[in-house]
Design a protein around this ligand. Structure first.
Ligand SMILES: Nc1ncnc2c1ncn2[C@@H]1O[C@H](COP(=O)(O)OP(=O)(O)OP(=O)(O)O)[C@@H](O)[C@H]1O
Length: 305
């Protein structure tokens, strides 16, 4: 497979760029010739992916974290269609969060990533699509690979992204969580699942999940499968700050799905609106806010496994 690597040199605290000579040498030894491009700013990975697909590359691998995976997945599409539905997505994980890779049990070892790139083994991969309002007040849509969520999770992602990651993945996440949760209160949101009757709930977090993990290792959707044509919907409602903090430890091992103020179901679409400002988070980035419509595109691309 003709392979192109989309490299975020700033991922893993800048170590990806600093260690590129060593990484690229190992990639060449593993798969032979390959093309690559460095991202210079946010959203560059979308353009690099589209250009590489137009140039006939059959496998586009993200070298970076969850944000880079998200942008590469967005680059697989143009005008609402997959550019090449047979093209494969690959990953050399380099990020601080790593929630996408966790769904597959992949570690950060370069050797394991290269073993996946070397084989021709792929499986279908569902892609999420969210339509929402951006911060300029315009309607916008964006694909996601892992999870779209709103509520305190988006408030935390916003805090983590605008703060420093110098503390490392887990510590910066904990610090962002503390700051965001101190300000958060449940928001009234009207939810409509699979076109059914709308229901208003006080939302702590709603997550529409293709993968299983968000927030640097919280197992928000323990039953999610990335090729079942569905997303798993987790709704934590009416918790309030105190209860949520006390219980949040259980989210790391997926225990929360049996709690009484939690709903867990599988669906194809979710519509959400609120009279209050509620941010939307997708794969760790916060591109806008509600109202939103989230849907799943079954097996829209192939994933190197
Ligand atoms: N050259 C660059 N300079 C600054 N930001 C960049 C650059 N290239 C990409 N980005 C942005 O950095 C964001 C985060 O990158 P990425 O996810 O690869 O690394 P990370 O933050 O280390 O990992 P994670 O998202 O898993 O925590 C991406 O969403 C992208 O928009």
């Amino acid at each position: 497979m003709k392979t192109f690597l989309v490299v975020n040199p700033r991922s893993a605290g800048g170590q990806t760029g600093k260690r590129w000579a060593e990484i690229s040498g190992q990639v060449t030894r593993a798969i032979g010739d390959f093309g690559f491009g460095f991202t210079e700013r946010p959203l560059d990975a979308v353009r690099l992916t589209r250009d590489a697909l137009a140039d006939g590359y059959e496998c586009i691998a993200a070298v970076g974290g969850d944000g880079t995976v998200n942008e590469v997945v967005n680059g697989f599409f143009a005008d609402g269609k997959a550019i090449n539905p047979q093209a494969a997505l690959g990953l050399i994980p380099r990020g601080t969060g790593g929630d996408f890779r966790r769904a597959f049990g992949w570690d950060l070892e370069l050797d394991s990533a290269l073993a996946r790139l070397r084989t021709d083994k792929t499986e279908p991969f569902d892609v999420g699509l969210a339509e929402y309002v951006n911060f300029q007040g315009e309607k916008e849509s964006r694909y996601f690979a892992n999870i779209a969520s709103f509520g305190v999770s988006a408030a935390v992602a916003h805090e983590v992204n605008t703060g420093s990651k110098a503390l490392g993945g887990n510590l910066s996440f904990v610090w962002g969580t503390v700051k965001a949760m101190a300000k958060y209160r449940d928001r009234k949101v009207r939810l409509r699942v699979d076109g059914g009757e709308p229901e208003e709930l006080g939302i702590t977090v709603v997550a529409a999940s293709n993968g299983r993990y968000f927030g640097s290792g919280m197992c928000v959707a323990p039953k999610a499968v990335t090729h079942d044509g569905l997303f798993d919907l987790t709704v934590w409602h009416d918790y309030g700050l105190h209860d949520f903090i006390i219980k949040s430890k259980g989210v790391y091992n997926g225990d929360h799905i049996t709690w009484n103020k939690t709903r867990y179901l599988q669906c194809r679409t979710l519509e959400a609106e609120s009279d209050e400002e509620v941010f939307l988070e997708m794969d760790g980035e916060v591109p806008g806010r509600l109202p939103c419509r989230i849907s799943i595109l079954p097996g829209a691309i192939r994933l190197k496994v």
